[in-house]
Design a protein around this ligand. Structure first.
Ligand code: ZN
Ligand code: ZN
Ligand code: FE
Length: 764
């Protein structure tokens, strides 16, 4: 008998290849093609050695590269020939090796897949109603890992030894749970428990059914989820939702709702195709949708004063089971935290912190190792934009464009994230919250430590915001490592540039609430000519005093009076007739004395002033509220606008936002409906921006424009600016991976610091 020619290949695959069923996939492919050899996880990726006939080996390689499992993302694929090994008789999965540098990406947490849902609701299935059902293609990942390579022993499933049947599935190549690390069943998996408001076990046989009953009755239940606890109550009960608001001390900020299925969503809103795909995607973010009016079965207290609803579909088995046979179609599902603190993850922590809020607790014994809130997305200009990036999206890395290894960037102040550099990639954390809260600051340090541990990166230098009182500066200085500072809006600009692979200088429009400026004023309506290591401020909004500083942020009426007074003086007293006389008096006293009135070029504050001038929003109970309500009331068919005024001051373009405000004020006083005035205000700001950018582009010869900053979460502004710029030769780049708000700042900081390091600039 003629011996067949046997050759070998060694394949190294990097990217998201662990925890996504890659080894079983390789194994099945090899088996089908009759190859011998082995596959193993190493810290640097998946390594395959296969032996067989040359033409079969090349088919095998192509198959691995071109048809990976659904959750895998291949970032590198190297294949080379090795000598054949005809002695091998089989193909096997070898145990993971440890020890060398970690280069693989961690997989994301993923919504329960269709196959698992089918089993979950099949009475004959051995995982019928198993609250922790998962498989190779779905389930928890990022929030349960302790280290890499990704194996059960390095997850919080380590304490749950598989039963014989689960082990059989885990070990058989034909099974869809072959090497699924979190595999478990009713016999061997974690278990649910229902506790009363004081934390005492209710000793019920079916905790889920009992929990549903409680929800039906209008109770508030703290439910342990994937990245933390939720506070849940039925969304159709005005009484329950109001009680939740009172207990959580949350005045008007809209609650997100979880809705049974897409059909039920359609009773609340009309999702477009893109929105429908986003709702049903494996990341399962909260999607901000224009709500039907009235949205049937949603209490008014869920989202007061706004025209949108934040909606998500169930993404864990427990959540699916909470809707099984229930009379409600929608539950309020809000982050389980005390206001402003990080989301609660531990059972004891939940009892302690949510004790006064929840009437009952649905807990389980699988630990959440990393906090991750629900992500929030919105479709703007036809494409999805993240407003909060957390569960389901992290920890996908972003390109740095240069060596960023060892650089740790600590982000902004309000919507903070941290970014860790490894090689040429940036790992930007999930949304962490406002670091002026001590608990959030502590969580930021924990996340950083966890990420650095998993990725095996030793921090070499730190980057913080320029702001002298930035709380993260203290952490940085305590570390003893070199600390660099980066201006807030420069970080925004470079985040957008780097995300889009823009290498050369670009014009960057950064509109947000607040950022510490180099000249001591509060910046926030900036046009920068930015490169990756330096920038020049080439345009800005005209300056307006903020009477009482933070008091002016919380009270948009103050901003309105202050802004109008810069143009019409004392006559501005006539604006905002609803504002108490004493308050007006205080504002004008501060303005006259010039005391406690920092100057700002912030676009966010201009929107605040407009919301107050139009009497849309009288007080700000959550970040962005005035602008959100101003956008919400705008008549989208209105095309009118006011005059655009731009002048030059010492080589910088000054965009006259106050002139638009004055025109809008006169317009309201003429009796024009606020819906039209609001639209005209938005239209004019958009056109003013595009005109300024056009002039700057012409003068500089630059051809790329980047848009960043929280104000670009406003659909009218974002779409308006893009529409105007689309008519020019300019290339417009926007955020596609990170949110445009301050969550992108740490990424920009890391890239700037890395670029400066590469150029040999000392940190400063
Ligand atoms: Zn599944
Ligand atoms: Zn089992
Ligand atoms: Fe910002």
């Amino acid at each position: 008998m003629e011996r067949r020619k046997v050759e070998g290949v060694r394949i190294r695959i990097g990217g998201v290849v662990q925890g996504v069923g890659f080894r079983p996939f390789v194994y099945r492919a090899a088996l089908k093609l009759g190859l011998t050899g082995h596959v193993t996880n190493e810290a640097s990726g998946v390594i395959v050695e296969a032996y067989g006939a040359p033409e079969i080996l090349s088919r095998f390689g192509e198959h691995l590269r071109d048809q990976p499992p659904p959750l895998a993302v291949i970032r590198s694929f190297e294949i080379r020939g090795i000598p054949g090994d005809p002695a091998l008789a089989e193909f096997r999965i070898a145990p993971s090796r440890q020890g060398e540098a970690v280069e693989v990406d961690m997989a994301r947490d993923t919504a329960t897949c269709e196959d698992c849902l089918r089993e979950l609701f099949s009475p004959g299935d051995r995982r019928h109603r198993h609250p922790f059902i998962n498989c190779t293609n779905c389930g928890p990942r990022y929030t349960i890992i302790r280290g890499l390579p990704y194996d059960r022993e390095r997850t919080s499933m380590a304490g749950f030894p598989m039963c014989a049947e689960c082990r059989r599935e885990y070990e058989s190549a034909g099974d869809r749970r072959f090497h699924a690390q979190p595999v478990c069943c009713n016999r061997c998996g974690p278990a649910l428990q229902l506790l009363d408001g004081a934390g005492k076990s209710l000793q019920v046989r079916d905790p889920l059914a009992a929990c549903r009953d409680k929800l039906e009755e209008g109770a508030i239940v703290a439910v342990k989820g994937l990245g933390g606890f939720h506070l849940a109550c039925r969304a159709d009960s005005e009484e329950a939702v109001t009680r939740l608001r009172e207990r959580k001390h949350r005045e008007e900020k809209p609650f997100a709702v979880m809705v049974r299925d897409l059909e039920a969503v359609r009773r609340l809103a009309d999702p477009s195709e893109t929105e429908g795909r986003l709702l049903q995607g494996m990341e399962r973010p909260i999607v901000i949708l224009p709500a039907k009016s009235p949205a049937a079965g949603i209490a008014a207290a869920v989202a007061p004063r706004v025209t949108t609803l934040g909606i998500m579909l169930p993404y864990t088995p427990v959540q699916h089971l909470l809707f099984e046979g229930a009379s409600y179609e929608a539950l309020v599902m809000t982050s389980g935290n005390r206001s402003e603190e990080p989301i609660v993850v531990g059972n004891r922590e939940a009892l302690e912190k949510l004790g006064g809020i929840a009437d009952a607790f649905l807990v389980h014994d699988r630990d959440i190792l990393l906090r991750a809130d629900d992500s929030i997305a919105r479709v703007l200009a036809g494409q999805s934009v993240l407003l909060r990036r957390a569960r389901g999206y992290v920890p996908d890395p972003l390109p740095a464009g240069c060596d960023v290894n060892g650089i740790v960037a600590l982000g902004g102040i309000l919507k903070s994230t941290v970014t860790l550099g490894k090689g040429a990639m940036c790992y930007t954390s999930q949304y962490l919250g406002a670091v002026d809260n001590p608990e959030t600051l502590r969580n930021l340090e924990q996340v950083l430590e966890h990420l650095a541990g998993i990725l095996e990166v030793r921090p070499e230098s730190l980057v913080v915001d320029l702001h002298p009182d930035n709380p993260t500066r203290r952490i940085a200085e305590r570390s003893g490592l070199p600390v660099a500072s980066v201006q807030h809006h420069h970080a925004h600009a470079v985040a957008c540039m780097a995300e889009n692979g823009v290498e050369d200088d670009a014009l960057c429009v950064v509109y947000d609430g607040t950022g510490y400026g180099e000249d001591g004023t509060v910046w926030g309506g900036e046009i920068l000519r930015a490169g990756r290591s330096r920038y020049e401020r080439v345009g800005r909004l005209g300056l307006v005093p903020m009477p009482g500083a933070d008091a002016a942020v919380l009270n948009p009426g103050r901003m309105a009076l202050a802004a109008l007074s810069t143009r019409v003086g004392e006559a501005a007293r006539e604006a905002c007739p609803w504002l108490p006389e004493a308050e007006k008096h205080a504002v004008f006293e501060l303005l006259r004395a010039g005391l406690h009135c920092p100057l700002t070029s912030s676009m966010g504050r201009l929107f605040d002033a407009a919301a107050a001038t139009l009497d849309i929003c009288r007080s700000r109970t959550y970040e962005g509220q005035p602008a959100i309500e101003l956008e919400g009331c705008a008549d989208r068919t209105e095309r009118g606008e006011y005059e655009v005024r731009i002048h030059e001051e010492a080589g910088t373009l000054v965009l006259d936002g106050v002139a638009i405000l004055v025109d809008a004020w006169h317009d309201v006083r003429k009796g024009t409906p606020v819906s039209r005035v609001s639209a005209r205000f938005h239209n004019t700001v958009a056109r003013m921006t595009a005109l300024a950018v056009g002039r700057l582009a012409e003068a500089s010869g630059l051809d790329t424009v980047c848009l960043s900053g929280g104000c670009f979460q406003n659909a009218l502004l974002f779409e308006g600016v893009q529409r105007h710029l689309a008519a020019t030769r300019l290339k417009v780049r926007v955020h596609r991976i990170l949110p445009p708000n301050d969550e992108c700042v740490s990424y920009g900081q890391a890239v700037i610091a890395a670029t400066r390091r590469a150029c040999g600039q000392v940190p400063g």
